[in-house]
Ligand binder design. Structure first.
Ligand code: DAH
Length: 342
């Protein structure tokens, strides 16, 4: 067989191998096998210089032509395989956007936090600012500045956790009132949510619990403003139909002091066996009053010029009533079965 015939044979062989190649890597093997460094065609080309002039011409021409054709065939096949492979990849990787998504476990808000949010949102809507204070508080802010001097029997009623000299875990959020007034001039409109602590534990008391304090100091504020504000808050949290009433009470830092009751939002007073109000028709909600002039004086406000009202409520208690939860201790045990219900 002459070299030219062999070239012709190789050319035909390659072209059918190219046609049979099913992937880009198959094609690459074909290319290496027939055009690579040790391929037969390459060898033939290398030997051309040893041929006679006329053979050189015919073998050279045939091998160049064959090489070009093979390269062209490889290239053409490569493009068509690449296109097919791309199609296939797109098909396999296609995302079916109509399939249902993976369900994502959703958390929920703790019942206390729900009430805190509702109350705080309500007051923010009225233009109140949110203020916070430390949970480790000094005796001065927790008691003395609130008109509860050292040795006063009112201190004994707070079941205080005492820390080192002069420090306590705050027994209420009322000290934030003092910190706020000392840090700014009137008018003051703040709500102060936060954790508070008392040595107490039974179905309706836990050593740690939440409170929300509120304070308004301005020119001309009256008990009427206090009642109107808290009535609107009660409607926001418990429903449009609830009514409120004030009962006289006593807190060292207000004068007069009151307690606010909310009409039973479950039975409205009509059910003597009601689980929520136990037939009373009213639910005790919070303590409040007009800021005692002694407290205003203590923080450098002039009680002749300014008056104020303050209130303190227990959002955990409010959540117990609102959601019908019988035991406060459930709130702080972190039992997911309990928390999942909200
Ligand atoms: N600090 C009181 C407590 O923890 C609650 C309270 C009562 C706050 C009357 C007030 C208030 O601001 O005016 O029992």
């Amino acid at each position: 067989m002459t070299a030219v015939e062999r070239i012709e044979e190789l050319r035909a062989e390659v072209l059918s191998a190219v046609a049979l190649a099913g992937s880009t890597s198959d094609l690459e093997s074909v290319r290496v096998k027939y055009l690579g460094r040790s391929a037969e065609l390459t060898e033939i080309k290398k030997s051309i210089r040893d041929l006679s002039p006329e053979d050189r011409k015919s073998v050279g021409g045939a091998s160049n032509k064959a090489t070009k054709e093979i390269e062209a065939a490889l290239q053409e096949r490569l493009e068509s395989i690449a296109a097919t492979e791309r199609e296939e990849r797109l098909r396999v990787e296609a995302v079916d956007v109509t399939l249902p998504g993976t369900p994502y476990p959703k958390g929920s808000l703790h019942p206390s936090l729900r009430v805190i949010d509702e109350v705080v949102d309500f007051f923010v809507g009225l233009g109140y600012r949110v203020a916070e204070g430390p949970e480790v508080e000094t005796d001065y802010y927790n008691f003395t500045a609130l008109n509860i001097p050292p040795g006063h029997p009112a201190r004994g009623m707070q079941d205080t956790f005492f820390l080192d000299e002069g420090l306590v875990l705050r027994t209420h959020t009322s000290p934030v009132q003092i910190r706020t007034m000392l840090s700014q001039e009137p008018p003051v409109y703040v709500v102060c949510p936060g954790r508070t602590y008392r040595r107490d534990s039974d179905p309706t008391h836990t050593p740690m619990f939440n409170q929300i304090e509120g304070l308004a100091v301005d020119k001309g504020l009256t008990l009427g403003h206090l009642k109107g504000t808290l009535a609107a808050m009660a409607r926001h949290v418990f429903g449009e139909d609830v009514k409120v009433r004030l009962r006289p009470s006593y807190f060292q830092f207000v004068e007069p002091g009151v307690e606010l009751d909310v009409s039973c939002f479950v039975c409205g007073g009509s059910d003597p066996n009601c689980k929520v109000c136990r037939g009373a028709g009213w639910i005790e909600m919070l303590g409040a009053g007009m800021v005692d002039p002694a407290v205003l004086t203590e923080v450098g406000y002039d009680p002749e010029e300014y008056t104020g009202f303050a209130f303190g409520m227990g959002p955990d208690r409010m959540a117990m009533v609102k959601y019908g939860i019988p035991d406060l201790r459930l709130f702080f045990e972190g039992d997911l079965r309990f928390l999942r219900q909200f």
